[in-house]
Write a protein that binds this ligand. Structure first.
Ligand code: B12
Ligand code: SF4
Ligand code: SF4
Length: 326
């Protein structure tokens, strides 16, 4: 019997750690990514996320992050817990409540995924390819995760800018391991049907943040406004939250790829949701700190912070009053 390859041992270890997707790309800069990122930044589409504008060349070339990098291992973890009905058109919460996006209702994926990635990095460096150097990245690292996921063959980038798996949809977190180990790439970029003539996400986005197919303006995106935007919201920004307190799922909820074929996971490394889908606005306005303290330390809402939660709840309360008066 032949010994299993390093790639299949790595894939098996990733599955055991709770990852649902696994693929490998060769660590060559992807043509076009740097130009697209630079254009995006030059137009100010990153808003106040200054860290994204630091050294764009580095974000698109693994060699500049990890000298000698040969392979990019891309992983995905499903966070869908409830069926999605893409035909649903009413995305507003119960009056007096605000919505919490799906990603923020379970344990913080950064923590769960970082721990798992470190174990995989050790497996490569110490057992599979001794002497290799591997670096784990999830979200805040200098790596563009979606383009790498597409390159490795996990799916395609949709007009809503999400990485979409043709059978399993987009409700997956991504993570990346850069490694000096030379691993066999696979399955590799494949021809998938993609979006075709569909433009449901563009039409459904309540703020026009998807200004053209595949191009998003963070400054109009509810996810950015509720989570990343620091300080006070302008009146125009406050009016844009459309019922959301943390994140926004609309451009994924309406996507046909997140319908019947994308199944909610059973047991997940992220655990069961412990934050409800809607929170009462007055409770947060009165005591956002108290609410955050009542949550487990692993809640992603703690990253959002009491100040933003209260600010968002106040904006929503105001919006609710205005629409009731109309
Ligand atoms: C900054 C950021 C944001 C910003 C900006 C989002 C954006 N679209 O760029 C804000 C705060 C708005 C945001 C929101 C969300 N985010 Co976010 N975000 C990131 C982060 C840290 C960097 C993304 C980035 O570099 N953007 C700059 C643009 C230029 O690059 P890009 O989108 O990666 O790739 C572009 C090019 O390849 C180009 N492109 C490719 N093909 C084509 C074709 C044409 C014709 C054109 C013109 C362009 C083009 O378009 C791609 C998409 O814009 C990544 C993590 C990471 N390190 O990659 C997570 C990440 C993308 N976010 C993620 C998630 C889950 C979300 C939210 C769903 C959270 C929520 N529920 O509120 C929303 C979704 C909003 C949306 N529709 O994108 C996941 C996405 C998983 C997936 N399956 O795709 C990531 C990968 C985090 C993770 N580790 O899981 N996010
Ligand atoms: S996350 Fe919401 S606001 Fe942002 S692009 Fe998607 S639908 Fe629009
Ligand atoms: S809603 Fe339609 S256009 Fe938007 S990402 Fe999904 S398939 Fe593509």
């Amino acid at each position: 019997m032949t010994n299993p390859s390093p790639e299949s041992r790595l894939a098996e270890a990733a599955r055991a750690l709770g990852f649902d997707w696994f693929a490998i790309a060769e660590a060559k800069p992807r043509p076009g990514d740097l130009a697209e990122l630079e254009r995006w930044l030059a137009e100010g589409r990153h808003g106040n996320m200054e860290w994204l504008a630091r050294d764009p060349a580095r974000r698109t070339d693994p060699e500049l992050v990890l000298p000698g990098c040969r392979s990019v291992v891309v992983l995905g973890m499903n966070y869908l817990r409830e069926e999605v009905d893409p035909r649903r058109t009413d995305h507003l919460p119960t009056p007096g409540y605000g919505r919490i996006s799906r990603y923020a209702r379970t344990r913080d994926y950064h923590r769960v995924i970082e721990n798992a990635l470190r174990k995989l990095a050790r497996l490569i460096d110490q057992e599979l390819v001794p002497g290799a150097r591997s670096r784990p990245y999830v979200d805040y690292g200098p790596v563009m995760e979606r383009p790498w996921a597409a390159e490795a063959g996990l799916g395609f980038i949709g007009k809503n800018t999400m990485l979409i798996h043709p059978q399993e949809g987009s409700f997956h977190f991504l993570a990346v391991l850069l490694t000096t180990a030379e691993l066999a790439p696979g399955p590799g970029r494949r021809e998938v049907r993609g979006c075709g003539d569909c433009r449901r996400c563009i039409d459904a986005c309540p703020t026009g943040a998807i200004t053209e197919p595949w191009r998003l303006d963070s400054r109009r995106c509810i996810s950015y406004l509720t989570i990343e935007k620091k300080g006070a919201l302008t009146d125009e920004e406050s009016a844009m939250l459309n019922g959301w307190l943390v994140g926004c799922d609309i451009c994924q909820d309406v996507c046909p790829y997140n319908g019947a074929r994308a199944r909610p996971v059973g047991e997940s490394a992220l655990g069961e949701p412990f934050v409800p889908a809607e929170l009462r606005l007055v409770d947060l306005i009165q005591d956002a700190e108290g609410y955050l303290e009542s949550l487990p330390a692993s809640s992603p809402l703690r990253r959002v912070g009491a100040e933003n939660l209260r600010r968002n709840a106040l904006a929503e309360l105001e919006r609710g009053k205005m629409s009731a008066a109309e």
